[in-house]
Design a protein around this ligand. Structure first.
Ligand SMILES: [Zn+2]
Ligand SMILES: [Zn+2]
Length: 423
C-alpha cells in the first residue's frame, strides 16, 4: 500500500514551537495533510515521552495510534483517516573534530518505547534532556550513532536536513565534506539522509558518494500547519520494520514530496541583516564576504552542493525515485486571494476546500483541475496546474530567509478572464 510519512517534527517542548504540537494536534493535522505515518518528535524529552506513553497505544508493529481517550478532534469527514505514530527524536551534537567546531543534527527513529527509553537513559547521562525537545549534547555525532546502535540495533540514525549551513553533516559552517569524515568506520550504518527544504533529489544526485544513500524528506514542522510540507512516499506494509527495510533496500521506497528547493531558507548564499542575497557565482566574485558590511556571508545549500559534487548539474541516476515539487496549499490560496498565507481568509478557504475535496496532499497531487476549479476558483485551478508543471517563479531563500514562490505575476491576476470567472 502506498502511503506518506513525515518522520521529523517537533513537540511543544521544543524551542519556538506551537503549543498545538500535542499528540492530538499532530494527529489531527496529519489527517488534514494526508500523512499516514507521523513521527512523534522529541521522544528524548522526559515530559513529552511520558505524555506519549499516556496518549499512544501500540498497534503491535512498531507503530502507535492515539488512545481513544485522547482523540484528534475537528477533522472533517473528507479527511478522516487512520494515523500511526513512529517514535522519533532529533539531537543536536555540538563538538570539536579535526580542529573545528562541528554542529550536526541527527534524527533518531526507535522501534518501541523500550528502545526509546534505553536511548534516553544512555543520553541522559551525557546531557540534560529536559532542557529542550531537541536536546543539545556535547557529543560527537559518530559517538551518538554508536550509542544508538549499541542500545537498539533496530533504531535508525539519519543525518537531519543534511545541507543546512549551521547544523548539519554537510553544512558549510560546521559540517564535513563527506559522511566518512564524520562517521568513519560506522559510515555503513548511515542508510539515509534527510535532504532538507533547501535541496531536492537532483541536487543530491550530483554526488556519487550519495548513490548508496536513500534520500528522504520530512517537514521538521514546529507548528501543525507545516506538517507534511515535505514527506516520504512508501509502498510497503504500514509497520516499523517494513519502513526501515524500505529505507535500507529502497524496495518499497517510492520517493519524496519536496519544496521547490529555492523556497528553502538556505538555498542561496547571503547576509540577511544586510538584505544581501547572492548566487554561488556572485559569492565567489565577492570572496565570500558581504558587499555591504564585508562580513563573511552564510554559504547556502546550492553553493555547498556545487562544492562537494563530482557530477554536473542535471545528472539523473538510472533508477531515480520519483519526487513531486509542491507548494503548500495555504500559499497557493494566499496568492489567489492576494492576502498573507497565515491570514484568517486563507484559513477559511483552506478548510472549506479540504471539506469538499479531502486532504491537502490529495488535492495538490491528484485532484482533477476541474474539481479544484469548482471547489475553489479558476485562479486556484491555474495555480495548481502551474505548480504541477513546475511553471513557477521563485526568489531564492538565503541566510534564514524563506524564498518566495509565485505561480502568477501580478498583472496576470488582474486580467479580465480570471476576474470574470471568479464570479
Ligand atoms: Zn534540526
Ligand atoms: Zn552584510
Amino acid at each position: 500500500m502506498r502511503f506518506l510519512t513525515d518522520l521529523h517534527i517537533h513537540s511543544r517542548y521544543s524551542r519556538a514551537t506551537s503549543k498545538d504540537m500535542s499528540p492530538e494536534g499532530v494527529g489531527k493535522w496529519a489527517q488534514l495533510k494526508g500523512i499516514r505515518v507521523i513521527g512523534t518528535g522529541d521522544f528524548t524529552h522526559p515530559q513529552w515521552f511520558q505524555e506519549l506513553g499516556e496518549k499512544l497505544e501500540p498497534t503491535g508493529n512498531g507503530l502507535f495510534t492515539l488512545n481513544k481517550e485522547f482523540p484528534a478532534t475537528d477533522v472533517p469527514g473528507s479527511c478522516k483517516a487512520e494515523v500511526s505514530f513512529l517514535l522519533s527524536a532529533e539531537i543536536s551534537c555540538i563538538y570539536s573534530k579535526n580542529g573545528r567546531t562541528r554542529k550536526v543534527h541527527a534524527l533518531v527513529l526507535a522501534p518501541d518505547f523500550n528502545a526509546a527509553g534505553r536511548i534516553n537513559a544512555a543520553l541522559g547521562s551525557i546531557g540534560k534532556l529536559s532542557s529542550d525537545g531537541r536536546p543539545i549534547l556535547g557529543l560527537d555525532a559518530k559517538e551518538l550513532l554508536r550509542i544508538v546502535l549499541d542500545v537498539s540495533p533496530d533504531a535508525l540514525f539519519i543525518p537531519a536536513h543534511a545541507w543546512t549551513p549551521h547544523f548539519s553533516v554537510f553544512g558549510s559552517a560546521s559540517g564535513f565534506d563527506s559522511l566518512e569524515e564524520c562517521f568513519e568506520e560506522l559510515t555503513p550504518h548511515i542508510l539515509a539522509i534527510e535532504t532538507g527544504l533547501s535541496s531536492d533529489p537532483p541536487m543530491n544526485w550530483r554526488l556519487s558518494a550519495l548513490d548508496r544513500i536513500t534520500l528522504i524528506s520530512n517537514s521538521d514542522a514546529h507548528s501543525p500547519s507545516k506538517i507534511g510540507r515535505e514527506a516520504t512516499i512508501f509502498d510497503a506494509e504500514i509497520a516499523y520494520g517494513p519502513i526501515k527495510d524500505a529505507i535500507k533496500t529502497r524496495k518499497g521506497f517510492v520517493g519524496t514530496v519536496e519544496f521547490f528547493p529555492e523556497e528553502g531558507k538556505y538555498h542561496f548564499d547571503g547576509h540577511k541583516a544586510c538584505g544581501v542575497s547572492l548566487s554561488p557565482a556572485e559569492t565567489r566574485q565577492h570572496g565570500e564576504t558581504c558587499p555591504l558590511c564585508l562580513k563573511k556571508v552564510t554559504v547556502g545549500v546550492m553553493h555547498r552542493v556545487d562544492k562537494l559534487a563530482d557530477r554536473v548539474e542535471g545528472y539523473r541516476p538510472d533508477s531515480a525515485p520519483i519526487f513531486h515539487s509542491l507548494i503548500p496549499l495555504q500559499e497557493l490560496i494566499a496568492e489567489t486571494l492576494k492576502v498573507g498565507a497565515s491570514s484568517k481568509k486563507v484559513a477559511k478557504a483552506y478548510h472549506a476546500l479540504l471539506e469538499q475535496l479531502g486532504n491537502e496532499h490529495s488535492i495538490l497531487m491528484n485532484s482533477p483541475l476541474d474539481v479544484i476549479e469548482r471547489a475553489g476558483s479558476p485562479l486556484l485551478r491555474e495555480a495548481v496546474a502551474r505548480m504541477r508543471a513546475g511553471n513557477v517563479r521563485i526568489v531564492p531563500g538565503y541566510d534564514g530567509e524563506y524564498g518566495k514562490v509565485r505561480t502568477f505575476v501580478d498583472r496576470e491576476r488582474n486580467e479580465a478572464k480570471w476576474q470574470m470567472q471568479l464570479l
